[in-house]
Ligand binder design. Structure first.
Ligand code: MN
Length: 492
């Protein structure tokens, strides 16, 4: 019990470190309430149940989450697992916290299996996100602790939870720009979903990084010296290891050649002003020759999830290839915590306003209505509209849903007939791909257009999955044949 008390004190201290005015009394109250409600319950590991909500709350406090979110995390399993109801919680903690707990409880109850479970889960996540994105954040914290304690579950359940985390939770975290959470979700799950590959990648990363730590410290010293000389104030310089799962994905993209993955370790330079980012880039390039085609300006052109930084890869000290990432403090926080870095707290009403300024959040709100409408249709027609559907994104962050294995051509026609007709190529997650590439959940798709293109290729029929694309291609091909007939009609 003493260790539980210590954990609670740690939670309180973490909150005060982030915000000396944090409402820690509320959090203590929520803890006592939850501890009482879960009294006598045990986790599969044999520990008292309260360990789990406490761990989730600590995770959120580490991110600097507001007291309401931390309290809701402490209470998140109360309505589902104990005799205490949402009404009881509302009496004690008010509407805001209760609505979050309700949101998580709704996410938790899934009666489906297999593909249906997958689709239903995805749908629920989107609906919850559109209503209150904080709910997803608590769900992530909940899931991260569950993943950390998977070993005490039966293998089948272990695999299912890990797979769901990898295929649903991680892409959504990525979409929300939460790099830190995405990385953790992926690496905790990777181990259970692809155990052999996990071991191999982990071994390889350790091997590649061990010998280099000393080297990177040398490089940091050199950079610090040069930046000081140039009068640039630096917040910090640190290096990060690439997370295991994204390393695995990258190795696969590079024909399994580990030597083509240059950013297993990347050096991060965090400064105070945007102008300093470019100044640092200039200094690095003066010191070391950059590799061609590897300078990326995500400040001028942020990634769809809001990620901003300058990336460059150089022939560094002793000719070694090193990637640098240059960003401001604000960009760094956004990259780690995504939208959670921008919670706006309304002092007057003591509520946290959901972040609504992001275009895609608005888009989700719209989509939620659409989804609800479809759900109603679904009841009427008894046809599962969501079966085998995937959600992909435009570079601006609009959500497009398509059938499974749909191609960039389907995507193009879904946006606009003209885009489909003039489609000449596609980028998926910023890589050029062939037009018949099957799209996956969470992909960001950009269509390349050739304005001089006369129309779609009849070959596309063989791989498109939507009726829309199929009928447009047929229609256009027929029209062109007709006009050809008109031109050359005299010959036939
Ligand atoms: Mn839980």
């Amino acid at each position: 019990m003493t260790s539980l008390k210590q954990d609670v004190e740690k939670l309180i201290q973490t909150m005060l470190d982030h915000n000396p005015k944090a409402d820690v009394d509320l959090v203590r109250l929520a803890y006592e309430f939850a501890e009482h409600a879960h009294e006598g319950q045990k986790r599969m590991s044999g520990e008292p149940y309260i360990v789990h909500p406490l761990a989730a709350a600590q995770f959120l406090a580490d991110m600097g989450a507001h007291a309401h979110i931390v309290a809701a995390a402490l209470l998140h399993d109360v309505p589902e697992d104990t005799g205490v109801t949402l009404k009881d919680i509302e009496k004690e903690f008010g509407k805001d916290i209760t609505s979050m707990v309700r949101g998580i409880t709704k996410l938790g109850t899934l009666k489906y299996r297999g593909v249906e479970r997958y689709i239903e889960n995805l749908r629920k996540m989107f609906v919850a996100m559109a209503q209150d994105v904080r709910v997803i954040l608590i769900k992530f914290a909940d899931r991260l602790h569950n993943l950390q304690t998977l070993d005490s579950l039966p293998p089948k359940k272990r695999y299912r939870i890990a797979l769901e985390s990898l295929e649903i939770f991680a892409p959504i975290a990525n979409r929300l720009g939460m790099g830190e959470i995405k990385g953790l979700l992926e690496d905790y799950s990777f181990k259970y979903v692809y155990p052999k590959e996990y071991e191999w990648v982990k071994h390889t990363r350790d091997q590649k990084t061990q010998v280099r730590e000393e080297y990177f410290n040398q490089v940091i010293k050199k950079v610090q010296y040069e930046l000081k000389k140039a009068g640039i104030e630096v917040e910090n310089i640190h290096w990060r290891k690439k997370n295991l799962y994204s390393m695995y994905e990258k190795i696969q993209r590079n024909e399994n050649d580990i030597n083509r993955v240059y950013d297993i370790i990347a050096l991060r330079i965090v400064v105070h002003h945007i102008a300093d980012c470019y100044a640092v880039l200039g200094i690095l390039h003066k010191l070391w020759k950059p590799l061609k085609g590897r300078i990326k300006d995500y400040i001028a052109q942020p990634k769809p999830n809001g990620y901003q930084s300058l990336h460059t890869t150089v022939f560094c000290m002793d000719g070694e290839i090193v990637e640098f990432q240059i960003r401001t403090v604000e960009m760094h926080e956004t990259a780690e915590y995504g939208i959670a870095a921008h919670w706006n707290y309304d002092e007057k009403t003591s509520t946290i306003l959901p972040v609504k300024e992001l275009a895609w959040v608005k888009e989700l709100a719209k989509m939620q209505k659409d989804i609800m409408k479809r759900v109603q249709d679904l009841e009427l027609l008894k046809v599962d509209f969501f079966k085998n559907r995937i959600f992909v994104f435009t570079p601006k962050g609009d959500v497009i849903d398509l059938p499974e294995d749909a191609s960039p051509v389907d995507f193009a026609y879904c946006i606009h007939t003209d885009i489909g007709n003039m489609c000449s190529g596609a980028k998926v997650n910023e890589r050029i791909v062939s037009l018949d590439t099957p799209l996956k959940n969470g992909d960001v798709v950009e269509i390349l257009i050739d304005k001089n293109r006369k129309g779609p290729s009849p070959d596309w029929i063989s791989f498109v999955k939507t009726n829309q694309a199929r009928s447009r291609i047929k229609q256009n091909t027929k029209q062109r044949l007709l006009s050809l007939n008109k031109l050359f009609g005299s010959f036939t």
